[in-house]
Design a binder for this molecule. Structure first.
Ligand SMILES: Nc1ncnc2c1ncn2[C@@H]1O[C@H](COP(=O)(O)OP(=O)(O)O)[C@@H](O)[C@H]1O
Ligand SMILES: [Mg+2]
Ligand SMILES: [Zn+2]
Length: 345
């Protein structure tokens, strides 16, 4: 798997450039903070960075700030057998008992390294009792303990916890950074794609390095070579694509897209589900309920509502329709008829 094979192992391999520079500065400074909060969307490198950081401060033959990845400490951390690095997944260990056990661990001195590093993933899942117990330790952490809390949902963490930590914002993957990662993988796998190819994958990656690496792997396995082939391939997966076309309100183009989708063996059930999902988010955004920062589509709330109704009808009809594409086609034609007559009136 590309996304595991090419998981960054050094600070310079972190393609998230802003974070990379920040981490480097922290490692160069004399006083290491004892508690970090890594905040960011999934697949932006929080876990990878936490492990690199743990290596960098425990490596036996550091080169500057970089871990060597060869000494026995680095190797043990890489294989998750290093006793001084404790990883806890708060999604499954969220209660006070688990947190207390972790805190007990902090009182032991490091066995092989300089620091004991406690990585708490999905930290927002910890219960309020758990947070209370953790807070005391975060206030006065032992000299040799370093905490790294990682979360996708900062809003769910108590302010008291946040204020004890140095926050590093991973945000979303930036397009240029994602392209750099794809190029790095492409070069080592000798894929020979052009920049436009990587750029298109980055557009479809949901701002996640992990998703981008997965798409690249899929695409190279399918022997997809050109940007045109890639467009067709991503069209099969692409809910955004159909919505982007619908929003242009060109009935002919839309129907051509559906025909091509059908010709490529696309699955209409999945397509309608995806589009409905997306439309729901868009509707909530329009109504100010969700502050999701997806790109807003160019349809009114009324149009989105009508489209949702029509697509739900199409979804119902899928099973009984002799032609798989027909319910969607009818729904789209009806949508355009409505919209156009509104314009004329
Ligand atoms: N900054 C990055 N640079 C390069 N690859 C990255 C980066 N962040 C994530 N990846 C890719 O995504 C995968 C998942 O990253 P991970 O650190 O587990 O993200 P998170 O913990 O934020 O969900 C990695 O194995 C790697 O392939
Ligand atoms: Mg993670
Ligand atoms: Zn090392």
């Amino acid at each position: 798997m590309f996304y595991l094979k090419y998981r960054p192992k050094t600070i310079s391999e972190l393609d998230n450039s802003r974070v990379r520079d920040q981490i480097k500065k922290i490692l160069e400074s004399k006083d290491l903070p004892h508690a970090f909060l890594f905040v960011g969307q999934k697949g932006t490198g929080k876990t990878s960075t936490a492990r690199i950081f743990a290596k960098a401060i425990n490596c036996l033959s550091k080169k500057g700030v970089e871990p060597c990845n060869h000494c026995k400490n680095c190797l043990a951390i890489a294989s998750s057998t290093f006793t001084d690095v404790v990883e806890m997944d708060a999604a499954s260990n969220r209660g006070i008992e688990e947190v207390k056990k972790l805190i007990q661990e902090t009182s032991f001195l490091p066995m092989a390294g300089n620091y004991r590093v406690f990585i708490i993933d999905e930290a927002h899942m910890i219960t309020s009792d758990g947070f209370n117990a953790l807070l005391k330790t975060l206030e006065e952490p032992p000299e040799t303990a370093i905490f790294i809390l990682a979360t996708t949902n900062q809003e769910k963490l108590p302010k008291t916890i946040i204020s004890r930590c140095l926050k590093i914002n991973f945000g979303k993957g930036n397009k240029q950074d994602i392209i750099a990662m794809l190029k790095r993988i492409g070069l080592q796998e000798k894929l020979g794609y052009e920049t436009a190819f990587y750029s298109l994958i980055a557009n479809h990656s949901d701002y996640s390095f992990r998703d981008a690496a997965k798409i690249l792997e899929e695409v190279s396995m399918q022997k997809i070579k050109t940007v045109a082939e890639l467009e067709a391939f991503l069209g099969i997966r692409g809910k955004n694509n159909l919505l982007q076309i619908i929003e242009k309100k060109d009935a002919k183009q839309t129907l051509l897209w559906v025909e091509e989708f059908s010709g490529n063996g696309g699955n209409f059930k999945n397509l309608i589900e995806d589009v409905l999902d997306e439309l729901r988010v868009q509707l909530l955004m329009k109504k100010g309920v969700s502050k999701d920062d997806e790109k807003a589509i160019n349809l009114t709330a009324g149009e989105i509502g009508r489209l949702i109704k029509l697509l739900m009808e199409a979804y119902q009809l899928l099973r009984s329709s002799p032609i798989e594409s027909l319910p969607l086609e009818i729904a789209l034609i009806e949508f355009y008829n409505d919209t156009n007559s509104k314009v004329r009136n």
